[in-house]
Structure formats: structure tokens, C-alpha cells
Design a protein around this ligand. Structure first.
Ligand code: ATP
Ligand code: MG
Length: 499
């Protein structure tokens, strides 16, 4: 027998929520649960985002059905956790369906002692962290459940804890950071009382696993306003639980070239990376690039100023330690550490030659060299000198393009020395090189000739030629190649208006 505990909770009048904004799979899951005789709501972040007009990242459904009742309603599900969440698989999409939950007392500041299921949506909403995240919406009956004035807080752009704020932060220390994260992502302000409670219970964050902290922190980094958020973490005295190394730069005055402390410079560099929508690794590299400065600062009597020699080496080492502590993926760590290690490259204007650029590309990888230059841009903006000398910037761009340019060489040919030797029964020796160079010349003149049968035919003819004649042809080929390369380089310089 199916139990239908009709909720006594009334929906509130609300703005129109278009069904089109809702993922069809999520809609189908709610519909299926209701057809099965159960209550079902979209809940949490997705409802908040629908109200705000953002695109929800994931779709969560809550219901009065138990896992045993949910599972038979769907063809493909998985259920392997202690929280009652059933993953419903539809096509490539997974919609998480969780029974209404009651959480028992929290004792360790991290998670409840036990979790039990409830038949009342009220119970499920009151365990949620913030009022904006405690909304439930049934798209079938178009009813919105808002027991804690979440709609009003969304309108007022306020982050407010559900219920007794201090108790909520003490239950689960991660909420301390989530409050800051939501403020950063949504451009909201933390309600005064909630903020005070957050401050008073901030040490609960110390009990949270660094992986959970990392995930919230990463979202802050990817938000539009990471600078104010990290500044806020510092003001609220929680930065010490996240990135204590950053605080070492708080009072680190720099030399005359800088108007900001190391701390402020790093935050400003990060903000520039966010403004430019640079990828995660560049943002984090911007935040960490001078992390080694406090440790490397020396006063030079000779210069009458501070120096920071070797700060990029110390910084790279520190960054590695920080990123490993957070257990970031190996590839991410490697990239960021590399950017920090080499971030001085484009500021060393005297040192930049084509061969230096070539070495740097070998250091950071072809696909990352632009990111290294972008990091340089952030570094500069973060210093308060917004514009790189435009000529210099164009010159660097041209140099990178020159180095990355595919070389004009026999490597472009769809035939190689080994193939020639096999085909012509020729021993290794200069002849094969001559033939390749001579073929290259023909292909440069007419790229459509770069097809195996045509090349083979050419090679056969050349093989019959007198060796001196062939050599002359090869030399002509080399000259053409050099001329072509010069032409390509000049095109790049011209494109960037540099010489
Ligand atoms: P996002 O858009 O980043 O996914 P979200 O609000 O959906 O934000 P999730 O971490 O996906 O956040 O969690 C989904 C919902 O679960 C939240 O909206 C909130 O209702 C609830 N929730 C998540 N974490 C907590 C927590 N630590 N304490 C209380 N409720 C939480
Ligand atoms: Mg979510």
C-alpha cells in the first residue's frame, strides 16, 4: 500500500517559474514520484538559482518516499550511501533523490550522529544551512515552500542562517566557509547576526577535512569576486584555517616599485585573473605567485630598499606544499607550481630572447605559455600598474607565436627517410637527405603534391638523377625553405605591429 502523507504545508505566492528553465529529467523524476503517490519537490540550490535566474548546477529532489519506495519507481538507480540519497540515472543525467531527513544532534562539528527519515518537508528544510537554500518547489503543482523567508532574503541579497545561527555553525563548521562562498558567488551580503555568529563559532572550521574546505574555497576562487571574499575570510579570522601562508604577507611592505603589501598585491592579482575569466590554475597561481616573498625579504643597504631574491623558488616550494595539503589533483599542482616558479619570466624584459622563450616553453609546456603571460598581466595589474607597455606585450606575443610556429621542414612531408630507403633500396646516406629536401621544395611550391603516391613518383625520378644534379636541387630546396620561414616570421611581426 502506498502511503500518501498529505503535507499540511502551504505554498507561498511567488514569481513565475518557467518549466522550461527546469531540466526535463528533474521534472520527470518529480512527476514519477508524484504519480507513485508521493510528495516530491526540487530543493536547495536549484530552487534558489531558479528564483535568482541562474542556471542550476545540479538538481536535487526531496520526497516523503523512503529509498525502498523510490528505487522501484525508476529503471536505473544507484544507492550506496548512508544519507538515503538515491541516484536516479536518466540517460547521462543523474538526479539525486533524498528522502526528507532529520539530522540528530551534531557532536563533532562536522556531521550529525545519525540521520533518520521524516514524513514532513518541514524537517528537511530546517536542517539546511541558509534560508535561500531552504526552499522547496514542486513544478507539477507550482507550489513553493518557503518556511524561513528565503525569498525575501534572496530579494534583499542576504545570506542568513536557518534558525539559531551560532548553533548551525557549531553543528557543521563548513557552513562558516559556505556563507562566505555564497556571498562571493551570488554577490550577497552576510546578515549581521549571522556574521557575528559565524565569527563567534569560527573555530569549528578547524575540524573540517581539508578536502571539503578545498571544494568551497575553489568555488570562491572561481567566483566573480574572490578578492573581497578572501579579504573577508581574513577579517573574519578564518583565513588561518584555509591558507595561513597568505597571512604572512599581511604586513609585508614591499620595495618602492610596489604600493601594496604582499597580501593585497596577491588578492588584487587574483581579482584581475577573475575579471579576465582566466582558468582556475591561473587564478590560483595569481594568488600564490608571491607567497615566497615574506620569507625571502632582505634589506639591501646598497639599494636602500628591500629585495626578494629567489622568492619564486621559495614560492614554488610553498605552493606545492599548500596544494598537496589540499589534495588537489597532481596535474593541477604541477601546473600551478610551474607558473609560480617561472612567473618572473616576462617581467625580466632584458632577458627575453627567442631562445629564452623557447626554453620557457620547454619549462611550462606549449599549451601553458599563454597562461604564464596572462599571469604576468595579472601580476602587473595587481601592482597597480594596469597597462603593460603595449609594444612590449605585442612583442612577447609575436615571440611566442614565432617559437610555436610549425617549422617548415621535411617533417611536414607525408613520406619519410625510412619509407624512401625501403622503396628505393637505398642505403642510409646523403642521397636520402637530398631527395627529401628536393621533394620539400616542390611541396612548398604546391602543397597539393604532399600525397604519398605523388611523393613516391617524385622520389623515383629523383633517384634516377645524377647525384650532383640532385644535390643542386636539394640546395635550392633548402634555400626555398629558409625564405619561406623568414616570410612566415615576418608575417607574425607584421600582424602584431612589431619589429
Ligand atoms: P551550488 O550551486 O554550488 O551547488 P548548493 O546550494 O546547491 O550550491 P550544494 O553543496 O550542492 O549547494 O548542496 C545542496 C543543498 O544541500 C544546499 O542548497 C543546502 O540546502 C544543503 N546543504 C549542503 N551542504 C550543507 C551543509 N553543510 N549544511 C546544511 N545544508 C547543506
Ligand atoms: Mg548544488
Amino acid at each position: 500500500m502506498k502511503l500518501q502523507a498529505k503535507s499540511t504545508i502551504q505554498g507561498v505566492p511567488h514569481q513565475k517559474i518557467s518549466t522550461e528553465a527546469i531540466k526535463p529529467e528533474a521534472l520527470l523524476v518529480v512527476q514519477t514520484l508524484r504519480d507513485g503517490g508521493y510528495e516530491a519537490y526540487l530543493v536547495g540550490g536549484c530552487v534558489r538559482d531558479l528564483i535568482i535566474g541562474r542556471t542550476p548546477k545540479d538538481w536535487d529532489v526531496t520526497t516523503n518516499a523512503t529509498p525502498e519506495q523510490i528505487i522501484p519507481l525508476f529503471e536505473k538507480t544507484f544507492y550506496e550511501n548512508s544519507f538515503g540519497t538515491v541516484g536516479v540515472v536518466l540517460d547521462t543525467e543523474v538526479i539525486e533523490v533524498t528522502p526528507y531527513r532529520i539530522e540528530s544532534e551534531y557532536k563533532d562539528g562536522r556531521r550529525p550522529e545519525s540521520v533518520s527519515f521524516s514524513t514532513k518537508i518541514e524537517d528537511d528544510l530546517k536542517r539546511r544551512d541558509f534560508t535561500m537554500n531552504a526552499l522547496a518547489y514542486c513544478p507539477i503543482s507550482d507550489s513553493l515552500i518557503d518556511l524561513f523567508d528565503g525569498i525575501k532574503d534572496i530579494k534583499d541579497k542576504t545570506v542568513r542562517a536557518v534558525g539559531d545561527a551560532e548553533q548551525r555553525f557549531r553543528e557543521d563548521g563548513l557552513r562558516v566557509l559556505r556563507a562566505v562562498r555564497f556571498a562571493a558567488e551570488l554577490g550577497f551580503t552576510i546578515n549581521k547576526e549571522t556574521e557575528k555568529a559565524l565569527y563567534d563559532s569560527r573555530e569549528t572550521l578547524a575540524k573540517i577535512a581539508l578536502e571539503r574546505i578545498r571544494d568551497e574555497f575553489s568555488k570562491i576562487i572561481m567566483s566573480d569576486s574572490p578578492m573581497v571574499s578572501i579579504f573577508m575570510c581574513q577579517k573574519l579570522d578564518i583565513l588561518k584555517y584555509i591558507l595561513p601562508e597568505l597571512e604572512e604577507g599581511l604586513d609585508t611592505e614591499q620595495n618602492q616599485a610596489h604600493s601594496y603589501t604582499v597580501f593585497e598585491h596577491l588578492l588584487r592579482s587574483l581579482q584581475c585573473a577573475a575579471d579576465k575569466k582566466y582558468p582556475f590554475e591561473v587564478r590560483l597561481a595569481a594568488l600564490l605567485h608571491d607567497i615566497g616573498k615574506p620569507e625571502s625579504r632582505r634589506f639591501s643597504k646598497e639599494k636602500g630598499d628591500y629585495t626578494f631574491y629567489g622568492h619564486e623558488v621559495i614560492g614554488a616550494r610553498m605552493s606545492k606544499k599548500i596544494l598537496e595539503r589540499f589534495n588537489f589533483p597532481r596535474k593541477t599542482i604541477e601546473l600551478i607550481v610551474n607558473y609560480v616558479r617561472w612567473h618572473m619570466f616576462f617581467s625580466d624584459t632584458e632577458q627575453i630572447t627567442l631562445s629564452a622563450v623557447r626554453r620557457m616553453i620547454a619549462n611550462v609546456g606549449r599549451e601553458n605559455i599563454w597562461n604564464l603571460m596572462n599571469l604576468r598581466i595579472c601580476d602587473r595589474v595587481g601592482t597597480g600598474r594596469p597597462k603593460e607597455n603595449p609594444y612590449r606585450l605585442r612583442k612577447y606575443t609575436a615571440m611566442i607565436e614565432q617559437v610555436l610556429m610549425d617549422p617548415i621542414s621535411v617533417g611536414m612531408l607525408k613520406i619519410d627517410g625510412k619509407h624512401l630507403m625501403d622503396m628505393l633500396h637505398v642505403e642510409p646516406g646523403p642521397k636520402i637527405g637530398f631527395i627529401l629536401s628536393a621533394i620539400l621544395e616542390q611541396v612548398i611550391e604546391d602543397p597539393s603534391k604532399n600525397e604519398l603516391p605523388k611523393l613516391e613518383e617524385m622520389a623515383r625520378k629523383m633517384n634516377e638523377m645524377d647525384i650532383q644534379e640532385l644535390k643542386t636541387l636539394a640546395e635550392k630546396g633548402k634555400k626555398t625553405k629558409e625564405a619561406k620561414e623568414k616570410e612566415a616570421l615576418e608575417a607574425i611581426l607584421k600582424k602584431h605591429h612589431v619589429s
